[in-house]
Design a protein around this ligand. Structure first.
Ligand SMILES: NC(=O)c1ccc[n+]([C@@H]2O[C@H](COP(=O)([O-])OP(=O)(O)OC[C@H]3O[C@@H](n4cnc5c(N)ncnc54)[C@H](OP(=O)(O)O)[C@@H]3O)[C@@H](O)[C@H]2O)c1
Length: 300
């Protein structure tokens, strides 16, 4: 069968938590013959009523189909579930969140067992699965041949973005985006804490925050260009010396408001570190120059 065939392909899904159940439901609804397995069998009942076959064991579920999708809690649970199961000739798609190193190790593990492998990082919540207008998608990396074979099936629950044959790259993209999100959430948390107890309603600050953060989105592309060119000084409109001075204002305001600065202080400290290292060289820089200080080791 080629990927252009319109007949929905059969697949197996291991793991019916919130995410696994949402994924399985979109495939069943789209007419894909599905075999599912979950450690706690009761979670498969609703899907069985919708047409999924429920396997009694991971081995039985894996035997049923070539395409095997994993959506378990973490990498350790994959080892627990598939230990001793024959994976020869199988195509494993791992939607379980993990680190890049876990993705690479799992790819080697799958290859040793005669299986093709792609790792994945889901950029969606369960409520966004099967809802194209919600904008969720999944990063994939590893075996390009596997991805091309099953792309149409993989795109049923959410959009698919292949980011390279290095099986660690899906997780690396996933973690990069989630890390940025956490920094954003930290800043938003600090902003709301600053106005707590004042005569400013969070609902009134909310649209201002959204608008401001949207306007600051241009930093993302600007920083990328500077990191590639290593030019941190051309066309700078908010220079580092000014940003460090303004950072002092942020910290003094936090103290005056009785708010811990623990969520914003590390970033402001990094900017100061960059400036102090060589004020003459760095005072006119863009803040993107401070990114170069973050790598503390050689990496893998
Ligand atoms: N939910 C989200 O918003 C979201 C978004 C993006 C990515 N993800 C990722 O998707 C994966 C699943 O998330 P989820 O929301 O479905 O989590 P969940 O609701 O907590 O479900 C976890 C699943 O893993 C199974 N499991 C855990 N430990 C196991 C073990 N030792 N052996 C066998 N099965 C085990 C659970 O089985 P039992 O039912 O028997 O406990 C359940 O099927 C995670 O890696 C998560 O990071 C989730």
């Amino acid at each position: 069968m080629t990927d252009n065939d319109t007949k929905p392909r059969a697949l197996t899904l291991l793991g019916l938590g919130d995410m696994g159940t949402a994924l399985a439901r979109t495939w069943v609804t789209a007419g894909h013959p599905m075999t599912v397995w979950n450690r706690t069998p009761g979670k498969a009942q609703a899907l069985a009523a919708e047409g999924a076959a429920v396997a009694a064991s991971p081995a039985e579920a894996v035997t049923a189909n070539t395409l095997i999708v994993l959506c378990l809690l973490d990498d350790a649970s994959i080892g627990a579930v598939l230990d001793g199961v024959d994976l020869t000739g199988k195509d494993l798609v791992n939607l379980t969140t993990g680190t890049p190193a876990e993705g690479r190790d799992r790819a080697a593990w799958a290859e040793e067992r005669g299986a093709r492998f792609v790792d994945a990082g889901i950029m969606a919540t369960p409520s966004m699965i099967g809802v194209p207008e919600a904008g969720g998608y999944v990063f994939y990396s590893g075996s390009r041949a596997l991805f091309d074979t099953h792309r149409t099936t993989l795109e049923v629950p959410a959009g698919a973005r292949f980011v390279g044959e290095d099986p660690g790259y899906a997780a690396l993209h996933d973690v990069a985006l989630l890390s940025a999100m956490n920094g954003l959430f930290a800043g938003i948390s600090h902003a709301y804490a600053l106005i707590e107890g004042e005569d400013i309603a969070p609902e009134d600050l909310s649209p201002l925050l959204s608008e401001w953060l949207g306007a600051m989105g241009s930093f993302v592309g600007d920083a990328a260009e500077r990191l590639t060119s290593r030019d941190f000084t051309t066309g700078v409109v908010s220079n580092l010396a000014m940003q460090v001075a303004a950072g002092g204002t942020l910290l003094r305001t936090a103290a005056d408001q009785g708010v811990s600065a623990e969520l914003i202080e590390p970033y402001l400290q990094l900017l100061k570190e960059r400036l102090d290292a060589d004020p003459a060289a760095h005072s006119g820089e863009d803040t993107a120059g401070a990114i170069t200080l973050l790598r503390r080791g050689p990496g893998r």
